[in-house]
Design a protein around this ligand. Structure first.
Ligand code: GAL
Length: 825
């Protein structure tokens, strides 16, 4: 009886929990015009934030900034390689705790979009695949292969089950409203023939069988089988139509900028063009826009893929790598979201008509059953502004390459080319710029490898990642060759054909030099070497800089010296091919094995401090202690002067570095013309500068008092100028149209200390080079000072009353009046 009694109590408890969660359950459905969430017809703005590219401590702030920026949802991939680095050994701790990440979204009042993949692309090492997959017998990735499909299903099910256990799906009362399987398979499916088609169908069935209670999507997949919804990725998706008339039009990746590769210029996409892309998408019936990325973050550790993706993954996203607002982009998009939301009901319930005004100008009118209207006018001409007469609804000036949003079809509430929000010029500051760090060092121990001693032997040149399992960037290849004629071999050339990415050579323990691939692919290393009579030892150190993540068969692209050939070329072009020699191999560095970079290295690590530290010496470890910069602004370490390597702070990897690789001098511009279709070569900066000079050190990696920076310098550099700095808004500007609100804010508790420029009238130029026009309110400076000086933030409506002028400058100039302000924080 007692047992029965307790069972019934448990039963009641379970039943009430089930009832509770079904009460909290949020139903997600859709039609062609809306996502329908709990019966409400919605347009959703979402942004990609990848949890391993920031820290747990940064997540709440990023989410709050996303919420404040007018986002409804946050989207992330799931990173298989990080969760299952060793088969069936899982890690969901720290910044891999995706469950916590989604819970925080919900706490911040945001929905979530779960893109499981588990192939993710994402400029992530090996596209997110763990290396052990590659080495499984009989496997082929992303195709109709039973070994792969089995592993993919096990991992997908694991993630779904974890999400279900934490009630993360909207159907359970959680934040997740959509989930994705695979990623852009449609772009490469042709390469797999019939097996690709059947794999795709299997993916859909496998996903649907997970029974998650919210819709599944497949991006870039025109033939996605129903009920999978196909979605669009790109810079513009206004042209896109889902493959079913009842599916909503969704933009899963609106590339808000682009990623950077070592040696390449830094891409930027303007706020104006980003806003145009979103506005055009909604104008043409879009119901969900997801920014890729909203916060790009940092490729910590060896997570950067590519190859050759930089450690910074800032992506020119609305929230910068460090968590600061990237202004004016964040603010301009926030205003865009608010403007579109004014018409949400009409857009999702109404019918649409387009009127062509010629010259690429289109008026789109949405009208609902009550007759309420909401309009867009797009001017897609790249050069010609347009004056559009809508008769009773007014007269509108629509600049070239812009979209105007009209609430009620007769009140302009936004134009994508008119940026009213603040521009922030970010600066780096240091507590004591002259402070120098004191360095200790260890030269990487190479006794074994210089003597040709490895742990694996083969009569061929092996592929790198198959041997390293990508546990290290480094693989030593060693062999020996007997010489008996120095007249031929004392001035020889060592020639190594390698699949990449960097190569160092030693002959008879002497350094012969270093070369790297230009694009992260195969190259030929060639250096002069001198051989002696008798046995000569050849030691080669090959390093990878991230494994490929994209394309048909990317996972089969070879790395390292794989097959060579490796040759010695003597005088009169006499050659010795060493490729079929006996080679011995050693994975990784001795310093890595001893965990020199760790706060608790293995025994036998002794740092040298006497004498002066080595400069320009390849394969050297450096260590310095430092105090954390004061305040709360994000911290970076300036690694200018160093070559290429890897950096750690208090045992946390802050990623690979390569400041010695300077960006080419051509192709950058100070001024960026937002008009015309964006491509990554447009609006670039960084020419002549290090590919990446500053590296993010998240505040949570730091202690108040003592901190340790450790560098592994691979190619040789000088750490004398290494310094820790904070990143903050230095100069802030705004150029606000009459009738709009001026909003200025410093960050990190700083106040507006000076108004460097203020003019209400027809000022010219841009932040940093504003000039007065031919008319202005003479009290411009004092009005702005009275409102803003000494404050952390300020704001007021820009109109003639604010400046006490009777005639609007707009009337005086027969144009649009603006208030331009430049202030210092
Ligand atoms: C897409 C891909 C993303 C990312 C992006 C470029 O094709 O789906 O994961 O790689 O390109 O940043």
């Amino acid at each position: 009886m007692r047992v029965m009694g307790s069972i019934s109590w448990v039963g009641i408890l379970l039943l009430s929990l089930a009832l509770l969660s079904s009460c909290l359950a949020v139903e997600v459905s859709y039609d062609a015009n809306a996502l329908i969430i709990n019966g409400e017809r919605r347009i959703i703005f979402s942004g990609a934030v990848h949890y391993p590219r920031s820290t747990v401590e940064m997540w709440p702030d990023i989410m709050q900034k996303a919420k404040d920026g007018g986002l409804d949802a946050i989207e992330t991939y799931i990173f298989w390689d990080r969760h299952e680095p060793v088969r069936r050994e899982y890690n969901f701790t720290g910044n891999l705790d995706f469950v916590k990440f989604f819970k925080l979204m919900q706490e911040a009042g945001l929905y979530g979009i779960l893109r499981i993949g588990p192939y993710v692309c994402a400029e992530w090492n090996y596209g997110g695949f763990p290396l052990w997959l590659h080495n499984m017998p009989g496997i082929d990735l992303r195709t109709d292969n039973p070994v792969y499909k089995n592993e993919m299903q096990i991992f997908t099910t694991k993630i779904v089950n974890m999400a279900k256990e934490a009630n993360l799906f909207a159907s359970q009362g959680g934040p997740i409203i959509l989930a994705q399987i695979e990623n852009e398979y449609g772009d490469i499916m042709w390469g797999y023939g019939a097996a690709g088609e059947s794999y795709l169908k299997w993916c859909a069935q496998m996903a649907l069988a997970q029974n998650i209670g919210v819709p599944w999507i497949m991006c870039q997949q025109n033939n996605a089988p129903a009920p999978m919804i196909n979605t669009c990725n790109g810079y513009y998706c206004d042209w896109f139509k889902p493959n079913s008339p009842t599916s909503p039009k969704m933009f899963t990746e609106n590339w808000i900028g682009w990623f950077q590769k070592w040696g390449e210029r830094v891409p930027h996409r303007s706020a104006e063009d980003s806003a145009l892309s979103v506005a055009r998408f909604i104008q043409t019936g879009g119901v969900l826009n997801n920014y890729y990325m909203y916060h790009g973050g940092t490729n910590f550790g060896r997570t950067a893929g590519g190859p050759y993706i930089t450690t910074s993954y800032s992506y020119d996203a609305p929230i910068d790598e460090y968590g600061n607002l990237n202004q004016p982009k964040w603010g301009h998009l926030k205003q865009l979201h608010a403007a579109i939301k004014l018409g949400e009901k009409i857009l999702t319930n109404g019918t649409r008509t387009d009127t062509d005004f010629g010259n690429s100008v289109t008026l789109t009118t949405y009208t609902d059953a009550t007759g309420a209207r909401f309009c867009f006018i797009s001017n897609m001409d790249e050069g010609k502004d347009a004056n559009i007469d809508l008769k009773n609804d007014g007269h509108y000036f629509v600049p070239a390459w812009s979209v105007t949003i009209l609430d009620g079809c007769n009140k302009e509430v936004f134009n994508t080319a008119r940026v009213n929000s603040q521009t922030s010029v970010m600066v780096k500051r240091s507590d004591d710029a002259s402070a120098k760090l004191t360095w200790a060092w260890i030269v990487e121990k190479k006794k074994d490898t210089l003597n040709g001693r490895g742990s694996v032997k083969a009569h061929s040149l092996l592929e790198q990642k198959e041997l390293t399992m990508d546990a290290s960037d480094y693989l030593w290849y060693m062999t020996s060759v007997d010489i008996n004629d120095t007249s031929v071999w004392s001035n020889a050339t060592l020639q190594v054909n390698t699949e990449g990415h960097t190569l160092h050579a030693f002959v008879n323990k002497r350094y012969a030099g270093y070369q790297h691939s230009q694009w992260g692919n195969n190259f030929t290393y060639e250096k002069e070497v001198s051989l002696k009579n008798g046995t000569n030892i050849i030691t080669l150190l090959s390093a990878t800089v991230g494994l490929p993540n994209y394309g048909i068969g990317f996972h089969k692209i070879k790395t390292g010296i794989a097959g060579g050939p490796v040759k010695l070329i003597g005088s009169n072009n006499v050659e010795i091919d060493l490729s079929a020699n006996q080679w011995s191999y050693k994975v990784g560095l001795n310093g890595e094995r001893k965990r020199i970079y760790d706060l608790h290295p293995h025994a036998g690590v002794s740092w040298r401090t006497n004498g002066s530290y080595p400069v320009g010496k390849p394969l050297t470890w450096y260590k310095a202690e430092f105090k954390a910069p004061s305040g709360s602004n994000p911290v970076v370490v300036d690694l200018q002067g160093l070559g290429k390597g890897h950096a750690w702070v208090n045992g946390h990897s802050i990623g690979r570095y390569w400041p010695s690789w300077l960006i080419g001098t051509n192709g950058c511009s100070d001024w960026c013309d937002y008009r015309g279709r964006y491509k990554k070569e447009k609006c670039n900066t960084g020419c002549g500068e290090p590919s990446q000079r500053w590296y993010h050190v998240p505040r949570s990696f730091l202690n108040n008092d003592k901190n340790t920076l450790i560098l592994f310098e691979e190619v040789g550099g000088n750490p004398q100028n290494v310094s820790f700095q904070t990143v903050t808004a230095g100069t802030i500007c705004a150029n606000v149209y009459e009738g709009q609100t001026l909003e200025l804010a410093c960050q990190g508790g700083q106040v507006i200390s000076q108004i460097q420029f203020a003019s209400f009238g027809n000022p010219q130029g841009q932040c940093g080079s504003f000039k007065k026009g031919n008319w202005e309110a003479t009290n411009s400076q004092s009005v702005v000072e009275a409102n803003c000086l000494g404050k952390k933030s300020c704001g007021f409506t820009v109109n003639k009353e604010a400046f006490g002028v009777t005639m609007s400058p707009m009337q005086v100039n027969n144009g649009v009046a603006t208030l331009a302000v430049q202030a210092a924080c």
